[in-house]
Ligand binder design. Structure first.
Ligand code: MN
Length: 423
């Protein structure tokens, strides 16, 4: 089916600045609340949201045979489960309604009832996340971490180039942008010759990641091929996989991350559809040695998404500390999903699969403080004159992500959370 909504020539009657993440070519999906709506599905355009439930009740989707309450659910899972043909029709229809050349909504008296300022609504978590998986798929990140914690000569473990390494994380503590959480506490072993100690994490870190959201259930025993993987991926969000490095170093052998990761993760509120990202596809990493047949793929499967991390200390300006790009990924989402299901593991609508920290080759492109400061050896200078080795109490970490090409910008908005002192 044609993705009309991706036409780069479309213009909206809603004003959209050139810097806005929410052009008419984006049309992401989210859930908002305000004093009138407990939880309604919406899309974003410029500085506004468009309430999809109200639009549906007013008959704007009447030709699409959607269930009456599909946009007033707490989460988008039921909408996503309608399938890509339907969600693509909805996105195309929204694009029509917002198109400068379409008069249905732009002059309607009830326009202001369904178009609201983003600053006047609060975004909620867009999906119910049944299961969450975190991969480890950036070669520069895995190499940096391997150099620091193991052996600089053999930074990558022998399996790394043969399969996308991952672990099952915890879904219950994934929160939407705008939340705050308390610094985690736990065991660490700062001195190798002394017993472990207990206390607030001293090396709290962010991990710059994206995550994709599963759009189709599978049965146990079935696998998803790299070729079919895109049919099962609804869209993407930005993802901050908060990490307690001191806890992690002590606990992770032999079963991998546990309490160093499960205390909090943050996602951006808008799901940018895989359809909207399609024009920004780019060539994947040259994989050598050649991967097994079930991991091979054809076509351009990386995506050119600019990524940025800022740290904002309390009551002062934010400082940009990292500038990376999703295109540096070694393993693609299609390979990750093929690997995840090759053993017959089932996936469900709303499951979230994070990329792993996305680092580039240059020092300013590293996706964690661990790498940016090289384990604290080279602190980062902030705009207010202070220094950071890791994340301090009352710091807010903000992630941004956007694609830009030939005058079209498709972005994710912000993924932001504040660290409070340990309880
Ligand atoms: Mn991670």
């Amino acid at each position: 089916m044609e993705i009309k909504a991706n036409n780069p020539n479309l213009k909206s009657w809603v004003e959209v600045s050139a810097q806005s993440d929410f052009s008419i070519q984006n049309i992401p999906f989210g859930i908002y609340t305000d004093k009138e709506a407990t939880h309604h599905a919406c899309t974003a355009i410029g500085e506004y949201i468009l309430d999809l439930h109200e639009a549906h009740q007013l008959g704007y989707f009447k030709d699409l045979n959607l269930p009456n309450a599909i946009f007033s659910q707490k989460h988008l899972n039921d909408f996503i489960a309608l399938g890509k043909e339907t969600t693509r029709r909805v996105r195309n229809r929204i694009s029509d309604l917002l198109n400068l050349e379409n008069n249905e909504l732009q002059h309607a008296a009830h326009k202001n009832k369904i178009l609201k300022k983003q600053s006047e609504v609060r975004m909620l978590i867009p999906v119910h996340i049944g299961d969450y998986t975190d991969f480890y798929s950036s070669i520069d990140h895995a190499t940096n971490v391997g150099k620091m914690f193991r052996d600089p000569e053999n930074a990558l473990l022998p399996n790394w180039k043969h399969l996308p390494v991952g672990y099952h994380g915890r879904a219950s503590s994934i929160r939407v942008s705008g939340h705050s959480f308390h610094r985690p506490k736990g065991q660490s072993k700062p001195n190798p010759n002394e017993p472990p100690v207990f206390g607030p994490c001293k090396l709290l870190d962010f991990e710059l990641e994206t995550a994709f959201i599963i759009g189709k259930n599978t049965e146990m025993g079935h696998s998803i091929s790299t070729e079919k993987a895109d049919d099962s991926i609804f869209g993407m969000v930005l993802f901050n996989d908060w990490s307690a490095r001191d806890i992690q170093t002590w606990e992770y052998v032999p079963l991998g991350p546990f309490l160093a990761k499960n205390f909090a993760s943050t996602i951006s509120p808008w799901i940018v559809t895989l359809d909207a990202l399609e024009p920004f596809r780019t060539k994947g990493y040259e994989q050598e040695p050649k991967v097994l047949p079930y991991l091979q793929y054809t076509g351009n499967k990386n995506i050119d998404i600019n990524l940025e991390v800022l740290i904002q200390p309390e009551n002062t300006d934010a400082t940009v500390v990292s500038e990376s790009n999703y295109k540096y990924m070694y393993w693609t989402m299609e390979q990750q999903l093929a690997h995840h299901t090759v053993n017959g593991c089932n996936v469900q609508v709303g499951d979230m699969m994070a990329s792993g920290t996305i680092s580039g080759t240059e020092k300013h492109q590293f996706g964690s403080m661990l790498e940016l400061t090289w384990r604290g050896a080279n602190p980062i200078k902030m705009n207010d004159g202070s220094e950071r080795k890791f994340i301090n109490d009352n710091d807010t970490v903000i992630m941004k992500g956007w694609c830009q090409k030939e005058g079209v910008r498709v972005g994710f908005g912000e993924c932001k959370a504040k660290v409070l002192p340990a309880l």
